[in-house]
Design a protein around this ligand. Sequence first.
Ligand SMILES: Nc1ncnc2c1ncn2[C@@H]1O[C@H](COP(=O)(O)OP(=O)(O)OP(=O)(O)O)[C@@H](O)[C@H]1O
Ligand SMILES: Nc1ncnc2c1ncn2[C@@H]1O[C@H](COP(=O)(O)OP(=O)(O)OP(=O)(O)O)[C@@H](O)[C@H]1O
Ligand SMILES: [Mg+2]
Ligand SMILES: [Mg+2]
Lengths: 465, 465
Amino acid sequence: EVKFEKISPADFFYRNRDIAGFTNPSRSLYTSIRELVENSLDACEMGRILPEIIVELQEVGEGSSEDVKIFRLRVKDNGIGVDAKHIPHAFATVFYGSKYGYRQSRGTFGLGGTMALLYGQITTNRPVTVISCTNGDIHEFVLRIDVVKNEPIVLDHKIHKNNDEWKGTIIDYYLEADYTNSKAKIVEYFRNTAIANPNASLTFIDPKGRLYYFPRVTEKMPEPPKEALPHPVGVDVETMKRLISMTKSETLLSFLTSSFQRVGPKTAREVIELAGLEHVANPKELNHDQLTALVEAIKRYKKFRAPDPTPLSPIGKDLLEAGIRAILMPEFLYVVQRPPQSYSGFPFIVEAAIAYGGKIPPSENIQIYRFANKIPLLYDERADVVWKVVSERIDWNNYNVSKGAPLAVVTHICSLKVPYKSVGKEAVADRPEIERELTIAIRECARELKHYLIKVERRTIAIKR
Amino acid sequence: EVKFEKISPADFFYRNRDIAGFTNPSRSLYTSIRELVENSLDACEMGRILPEIIVELQEVGEGSSEDVKIFRLRVKDNGIGVDAKHIPHAFATVFYGSKYGYRQSRGTFGLGGTMALLYGQITTNRPVTVISCTNGDIHEFVLRIDVVKNEPIVLDHKIHKNNDEWKGTIIDYYLEADYTNSKAKIVEYFRNTAIANPNASLTFIDPKGRLYYFPRVTEKMPEPPKEALPHPVGVDVETMKRLISMTKSETLLSFLTSSFQRVGPKTAREVIELAGLEHVANPKELNHDQLTALVEAIKRYKKFRAPDPTPLSPIGKDLLEAGIRAILMPEFLYVVQRPPQSYSGFPFIVEAAIAYGGKIPPSENIQIYRFANKIPLLYDERADVVWKVVSERIDWNNYNVSKGAPLAVVTHICSLKVPYKSVGKEAVADRPEIERELTIAIRECARELKHYLIKVERRTIAIKR
Ligand SMILES: Nc1ncnc2c1ncn2[C@@H]1O[C@H](COP(=O)(O)OP(=O)(O)OP(=O)(O)O)[C@@H](O)[C@H]1O
Ligand SMILES: Nc1ncnc2c1ncn2[C@@H]1O[C@H](COP(=O)(O)OP(=O)(O)OP(=O)(O)O)[C@@H](O)[C@H]1O
Ligand SMILES: [Mg+2]
Ligand SMILES: [Mg+2]
């Protein structure tokens, strides 16, 4: 009567795909497109390539109910591609990816691309085609996902000569979905992606043949994030054990300075003494109690320098300004980039902007454009820390903002680890450090807005006379 | 430079434990306790046993910062226990559990218990003790979790004679946590659990030795949920393939009637004809296109009877009334149980109540007590469908409810699959069918409240004369 089972990660997210954003046929189409576009943007950023992304959605058959149809979805990018030996697992295995390191990227879970293709498979029973080239030949795979085993099934693998020196990736597959009820959100997704990625050329061709084209407005490339060592704050026993098992250091002192950022010899000595250990001890020979003492000492040591922000890649003030001007076309715009901070040992940077007037329509509620690691977040606004700050931490009356004003607040949180509330990447949790940074940044923009509104008011009064 | 990795489910939730509710030392203590208590309540319900659950939290050492201490957490229940051969995996493997079937239970992911113990392991480096008896001898295991492999490490296994015929489970382990800042929520969790589980005896002994005791107020046992067959609505290619691989049926007709609920011979014939297939076809010999056609036919067939509610186990009107009266002690109380409905092929039942006056304090905002599968949901209120209904779908002015009234709304959604927004089980997504049922149920209670308030007002006026 009590029946125990073990299920694979693919099976888990198959059964609970709504948690990953695949709730209904319209939301599932949105989630599929966003996961694939985010993969393409990561691939271009990895290679410092100006992104060229083309998304094509064609209706190819009737679905099982009113607005539901069978679509062919094709996403093409000019990124760094995927090595042939990794393609099957990258796209048909959950928890398999290249973004588990210590640097900022849009992807982080090793889940999204596989989920999009899985959704196509379970709704249409068709295999998926992945074409990619890192250098040299072009590889074309036809894949299915073995959900029970969480493994790829390679149905075909062709190798083509690369006559045009093309590099990039093409995902080409079928899914049953509802475009009618997701169209607005999908177009909004592309539009908002253009704000945060103004150097990307984005093309979306929809089932009616309509072309949505967001050309790049700059050729600037932000500084790419650089892989860094972990910061000691937040390190627990599990991470410590893994670092020890991987280290080539033969003393505790060199282990600490070589395994962690912001730990020089002086800091390492102080931590080792706090733990009651010897500098020359062999890290691989620490016993159970010594290991616990080392981790506890790190937790209690309060003098570590703040985390290194080089694994981060903010949008940058000029790029964010260019993106907002191109898409929102405001009269007034003020952009702020806060200095790097950290929460739980993870560095993060908050960027914020207030845009006012111009093409921004008046609106009962303040229009909020949220971004995290350059990804637009279009759902769960009320659950997001930005909404909390905008509605509870900022008194807009203080800044001469009247009800229904043509006002947009744009926020970007970039971090090694964005504290998303769910694997669906829609709302960011209200970590106190992040909430504080957002509050400071938005207030700074609001003060500038106030000066502008006062000036405009004076000019209006002067003109009336 | 591009480094691919595959990580285990334990590793994934170790890195992303905030998504599972382990965000900071105080929230992690709350999550740990709730996951273990919910396991105990499931174990008692499974055996139709009146629950006797004792939770003991003792401070045993200093932690690494101000309010953070080392605690020993011990949870004991009188449930059906865990078979010795399953204990190591049940508690030290993610995605291993007994609740993957087709019947309602609090647990559903095969994750929570293991996560609680993992959190203890990574913060204290100590192994965990699990003692359990299903029948016969008492088994005592000392376990660690191999996070990289997602496997148990059994450090010790003792077998004790069972002299008192005891049955149940004891979880006994250490964790670093913050009780000071989670105490209020933890006590609220026990209090609310008592509302939804009035036949449970709950004891919580906190680190100061304070006893929080919620005795059972009834010996009634609700009808236990019964395992059922899946409903055809929402079935996709993947599920269909698994059902076909497991079936003993040799014809398509008997396969459909024996694998699905609500599919009798007449319905099966209509579906098979809609798919353009033969009744006598061997399900295991369907080719690719035939399988797709069968799934499409099921999606298009609109005449299936609603899902069978016997896999559900609502609280029940008298039990919910008893629980609310015992804990909230209102003057007025009205309880509603809606008939079974379904969303995406999953049956669900909404129960709701409005409690007013008596010991319920006046409050600026309406006090909302949310439950899902008898679990209290104490976080993410603004992201929950119940909050949306209470604040946007009910016009409280229509029901003579003044601002600051001593009003509490209690809701319970029970389903084969509660559409939680995250594996942290705190907010329920606003599926239209569920939103509709909540709206109808709460409005019905509000109408009764209105009659009561009018009566009270008349009496007050009469007394004044
Ligand atoms: N268009 C692409 N170009 C290059 N590599 C890609 C592309 N799409 C996917 N990949 C590779 O496949 C891996 C798995 O992708 P997937 O989307 O499943 O996970 P992820 O992006 O790592 O994390 P997340 O689940 O957060 O999106 C990526 O880590 C990346 O290495
Ligand atoms: N107190 C207990 N008594 C009996 N069985 C238990 C107990 N605690 C855990 N188990 C068993 O261990 C399994 C794993 O528990 P765990 O909490 O990890 O997952 P779950 O309860 O199945 O799902 P969820 O992650 O949603 O809680 C359960 O399915 C159950 O079979
Ligand atoms: Mg991805
Ligand atoms: Mg559980």
